[in-house]
Ligand binder design. Structure first.
Ligand SMILES: Cc1ncc(C[n+]2csc(CCOP(=O)(O)OP(=O)(O)O)c2C)c(N)n1
Ligand SMILES: [Mg+2]
Length: 717
C-alpha cells in the first residue's frame, strides 16, 4: 500500500512540473467544450497555435484560403452542431486585425444567427506591441463590432481567459439576438509561454471560486444597469422601491392599470420578463401590480436591479451561477464586451420558476380567449431546432392555431423542416412582411427579436414590422438562468390544466386544408414543366423532390430560390435549412464547409446564387481538399438579379438609361465558368446543365453519391 501511495505522489509531483504552451492550453480548453475542428488561416503570430494541433489531436485543423471562409464555416459548423440544449462553438484561427477584418462580414452573419463562434486571433508580443509594426492595428476595436472580446494579456492566465471566451460564446442568453461571437486575442509571447498542465486542467474542470465569480458578475451587472437617478439615490434598493411602490399605489389614487407610459416593456423588457417581474414584486410586497405594467414609475431601473439581486442571491444559495441582463437594455452591448460571464443552467431558482409559471398561465388564458385565426406566431433563434419546433407546433395546435399562422423569420439561422412539420416563411420585402404580420390581432414571438424592416425605402416610412400594440405582443424566450425549453414547459403545464378547452380539432382542420393548398400550388408551379430550358421554378422543384432525408441545405440562392420554400413543404422529407441571417452575402459556400465538417454523415447541399458565391468561392478548394460531402448548385443567372429588382422597385432615377448602371448588376462579359473553376480548385465532378432534363438527371445522381468528394452542378438559368 505504502509503495503504491508513494508512486501516486511521485506521479502527481511530476505532473505538477509538466508544462504546456499557452497555445496548447487554448486548444485543450476548446476540446473540453466539444470542439472537433478549427477553421484556420494562420500567420506568424499564430504559428505556436499551428504547432499545438500536434498535441491536441482530437481537434483537426481545416485550412481555409480566405478568412471569410473560416468565419462562414465556423458559423455553419455551430448551427449544425447545435441542439436544443447543446452549444458547440465554431472556432476560427485568424491572423491579427487584417485577418479578423477579412472574416468580419461572415462574423456579422454569425452574430445575427446567434451562432456560438470563438475567434482565436494572434497579436504582437506584449513587449513589441505599440511600437507600430506594419501589421498592427486594434484587434479589439474590430472584434467589438460583432461581439465580446477577451484579451489574454496576463501571464499564466491563458487557460482561464480561453475558458471565459468559450463559456461566454456558449452561454444561454435571455435576450434573443444577443451575440455569441467572442474573440480571444492572444499576444504572440503568451502563445509560446509555458503554463502548468495541472493548472490548465483545473481551469477546464472549473475549480475557480464560484463566489468570487458571482461577486464580480454582480458588480458588473449593477454597474451597467445604473441609471443616472440611481447613482444619486440613497438607501437600499429594496427600501426605496417599497416606499415608491406604496406611495404610487396608495397615494396617487390611480388604480392599475395606470395611464402614463413608463413600462417594463418600454425599457426593453419582453412581455415574458415583465410578467415575471410583476409577479415577483406582487409576491414580495403584497401589492396589486399588474403584469405588463409599471406605469408612471420613475425608478423603473431600480426594479430591474432589485430583481437581479434577488436572482443572484437565490442562485448563490442554490449553488448556481446566474447571469442576467434585461433584453436589449441600452447598455447591454457594451456590457458584453470583456465581461466575465459564466452562466450555466442548473435548474431555475424558485422565484424565476414561479414567475415563469405565472407567465405560462397568463399566456395560455389569453390565447385561448382570442379568436384562433387572429393569433400569429413568429419564430426565430433556436425555435427552429427540431425538438423545439415540434414543441412549438404542438403547443399552438392545442391552442387552435394552425401552421399557416406560424411564421419563421425570413432570415432564419436554422430550421429543421420537412416531413410532417410545415410552417411559413415571413416575406422578404418589408411591406409584404408587415402586411402579413398585421393580419393578426395578437402576435407571439418565440425566441425572436421584434422584426424591423431590412431597409428604410424612399416611399415606405416605417421601421417596425409590428403594428400590434404592446399588450398584444407576447414574447417567449429563455428565462434568466434557464433555457427556452423552460418557457415551453411552463406553457405546456398551463395548457395541460386546460385540457377541456383545447382547440386541436380547429387547428387540424385548417392544417389539412393548408397542406393540400401548398402541395397543389407547388406541383403546379415547380413540376409542371419537365423538359426544355431550365428555369428557377423547375430547379427548385427538382431539388426539393430529390434531396435526401436528413440533408442540410445551406440556402443562399436569393432570387433563384424563391419557390424553394413551398416546394420543400410539399415534397421534402425532414431536413435542416440554413439561410443568410445578416444580409452580408458570401456566406453559403463557406457555411457549407462548416456544415459538412460538423456532421460527415449528412449530405450538404449548397444552394448558391452566383454573385454571392463569388465572394467566398475559395471555399470550393477546402471542400475538395477535405473530401466533403457537399453538392454545390450554382444558380448561374450572370447577374445581381436582386439589384435589378431593387432598381425597379425603388424607381431609381435614370436607371438603365444607358449601359452604365446595368453594367454594375451584370456578371456577364466575361462569363464566369463555374465548372472550370471547380475543377481548378480540385473538384473531380462538375457539370453544367441548361435544360430541365439534364439538371434532373445530374442532381439526382449527385444525391446518390456519398464519399466521392464534392460535386458542383452549374444550373444555367
Ligand atoms: C457583403 C455584401 N456586399 C454587397 C451586398 C449588396 N448586395 C445585396 S444582394 C447583391 C447581389 C446578389 O446577387 P446574387 O448573389 O447573384 O443573387 P441574385 O440576386 O442574382 O439572385 C449584392 C451585391 C451585400 N448584401 N453584402
Ligand atoms: Mg445572381
Amino acid at each position: 500500500m505504502k509503495k503504491v501511495f508513494l508512486v501516486t505522489n511521485m506521479a502527481e509531483e511530476s505532473n505538477r512540473e509538466e508544462t504546456i504552451t499557452g497555445a496548447t492550453a487554448v486548444w485543450s480548453v476548446a476540446e473540453s467544450h466539444g470542439v472537433t475542428h478549427v477553421f484556420a488561416n494562420p500567420g506568424t503570430t499564430e504559428m505556436h497555435f499551428v504547432g499545438a494541433f500536434e498535441s491536441v489531436r482530437k481537434i483537426e485543423p481545416i485550412l481555409t484560403l480566405h478568412e471569410t471562409v473560416a468565419s462562414g464555416a465556423a458559423d455553419g459548423y455551430a448551427r449544425v452542431k447545435k441542439g436544443s440544449n447543446v452549444n458547440i462553438p465554431g472556432v476560427t484561427l485568424l491572423h491579427l486585425s487584417p485577418g479578423l477584418m477579412n472574416a468580419s462580414a461572415n462574423l456579422h452573419n454569425a452574430h445575427r444567427a446567434g451562432s456560438s463562434v470563438v475567434n482565436v486571433v494572434g497579436d504582437m508580443s506584449t513587449w513589441h506591441s505599440g511600437t507600430d509594426p506594419v501589421l498592427e492595428s486594434s484587434i479589439a476595436d474590430i472584434a467589438k463590432i460583432n461581439g465580446a472580446v477577451v484579451s489574454s494579456k496576463v501571464p499564466a492566465a491563458i487557460a482561464a481567459d480561453a475558458k471565459e471566451a468559450f463559456v461566454t460564446a456558449t452561454r444561454n442568453s435571455t435576450s434573443p439576438g444577443a451575440s455569441k461571437v467572442v474573440t480571444l486575442i492572444v499576444p504572440h509571447d503568451r502563445s509560446w509561454e509555458r503554463v502548468s498542465k495541472v493548472s490548465v486542467e483545473d481551469v477546464i474542470r472549473g475549480d475557480a471560486s464560484p463566489l468570487e465569480q458571482l461577486n464580480e458578475d454582480r458588480e458588473q451587472r449593477s454597474q451597467h444597469l445604473q441609471s443616472p437617478e440611481q447613482a444619486t439615490t440613497k438607501g437600499s434598493v429594496a427600501e426605496r422601491m417599497h416606499a415608491q411602490l406604496t406611495e404610487l399605489l396608495d397615494e396617487k389614487e390611480v388604480p392599475p392599470p395606470f395611464t402614463t407610459k413608463t413600462t417594463f416593456r418600454s425599457i426593453g423588457l419582453t412581455s415574458q420578463s415583465s410578467i415575471r417581474y410583476a409577479s415577483m414584486l406582487r409576491e414580495e410586497f403584497k401589492l396589486d401590480i399588474q403584469p405588463t405594467i409599471m406605469y408612471d414609475y420613475s425608478l423603473v431601473w431600480d426594479l430591474v436591479l432589485y430583481i437581479e439581486d434577488r436572482l443572484a442571491i437565490e442562485n448563490k444559495n442554490s449553488g448556481g451561477e446566474n447571469s442576467f441582463s434585461p433584453a436589449s437594455s441600452p447598455t447591454r452591448e457594451s456590457a458584453d464586451v470583456g465581461k466575465k460571464n459564466t452562466s450555466h443552467s442548473h435548474g431555475l431558482s424558485e422565484p424565476v420558476q414561479k414567475a415563469i409559471n405565472a407567465f405560462g398561465k397568463s399566456f395560455v388564458k389569453s390565447i385561448l380567449k382570442s379568436e384562433s385565426g387572429r393569433v400569429g406566431v413568429y419564430l426565430g433563434g433556436d425555435a427552429g431546432i427540431r425538438e423545439n419546433l415540434e414543441r412549438v407546433c404542438g403547443i399552438f395546435r392545442k391552442l387552435g392555431i394552425s401552421e399557416d399562422s406560424i411564421y419563421v423569420e425570413n432570415a432564419f439561422s436554422r430550421i429543421d423542416r420537412g416531413g410532417d412539420l410545415m410552417v411559413k416563411r415571413c416575406p422578404y420585402f418589408p411591406r409584404d412582411a408587415m402586411a402579413t404580420l398585421a393580419s393578426f390581432e395578437t402576435l407571439v414571438l418565440v425566441d425572436a427579436k421584434k422584426p424591423v424592416a431590412m431597409f428604410g425605402y424612399k416611399d415606405q416610412n416605417f421601421s417596425s414590422l409590428i403594428r400590434q400594440g404592446e399588450d398584444d405582443v407576447w414574447e417567449i424566450e429563455a428565462p434568466p438562468g434557464g433555457k427556452l425549453t423552460d418557457a415551453f414547459e411552463a406553457i405546456e403545464a398551463a395548457i395541460d390544466k386546460k385540457a377541456n378547452t383545447w382547440r386541436t380539432d380547429v387547428a387540424d382542420a385548417k392544417n389539412d386544408k393548408h397542406r393540400e393548398r401548398v402541395t397543389r400550388a407547388a406541383k403546379e408551379n415547380t413540376l409542371r414543366e419537365t423538359s426544355g430550358k431550365l428555369t428557377p421554378a423547375a430547379m427548385c422543384g427538382t431539388i426539393a423532390k430529390s434531396q435526401p432525408e436528413n440533408c442540410v441545405v445551406v440556402d443562399e440562392s436569393l432570387t433563384s430560390g424563391s419557390m424553394y420554400w413551398d416546394a420543400t413543404d410539399a415534397f421534402s422529407p425532414q431536413f435542416t435549412h440554413l439561410t443568410l441571417t445578416g444580409g452580408a452575402i458570401g456566406f453559403g459556400l463557406s457555411a457549407a464547409v462548416g456544415a459538412a465538417v460538423a456532421d460527415r454523415s449528412r449530405k450538404v447541399i449548397a444552394f448558391q446564387a452566383d454573385g454571392s458565391g463569388l465572394y467566398d468561392c475559395q471555399a470550393l478548394w477546402t471542400m475538395a481538399r477535405y473530401n466533403l460531402n457537399v453538392c454545390v448548385v450554382i444558380c448561374n443567372i450572370s447577374s445581381y438579379n436582386i439589384l435589378n429588382i431593387e432598381n425597379v422597385m425603388q424607381r431609381v432615377e435614370d436607371a438603365n438609361k444607358t449601359n452604365v448602371s446595368k453594367s454594375l448588376t451584370s456578371l456577364g462579359e466575361p462569363t464566369i465558368d463555374w465548372v472550370t473553376m471547380a475543377k481548378s480548385f480540385g473538384f473531380r465532378m462538375a457539370t453544367r446543365c441548361d435544360t430541365i432534363e439534364s439538371f434532373q438527371m445530374v442532381f439526382q445522381e449527385a444525391m446518390e453519391k456519398n464519399g466521392d468528394g464534392p460535386i458542383l452542378v452549374e444550373a444555367v438559368l
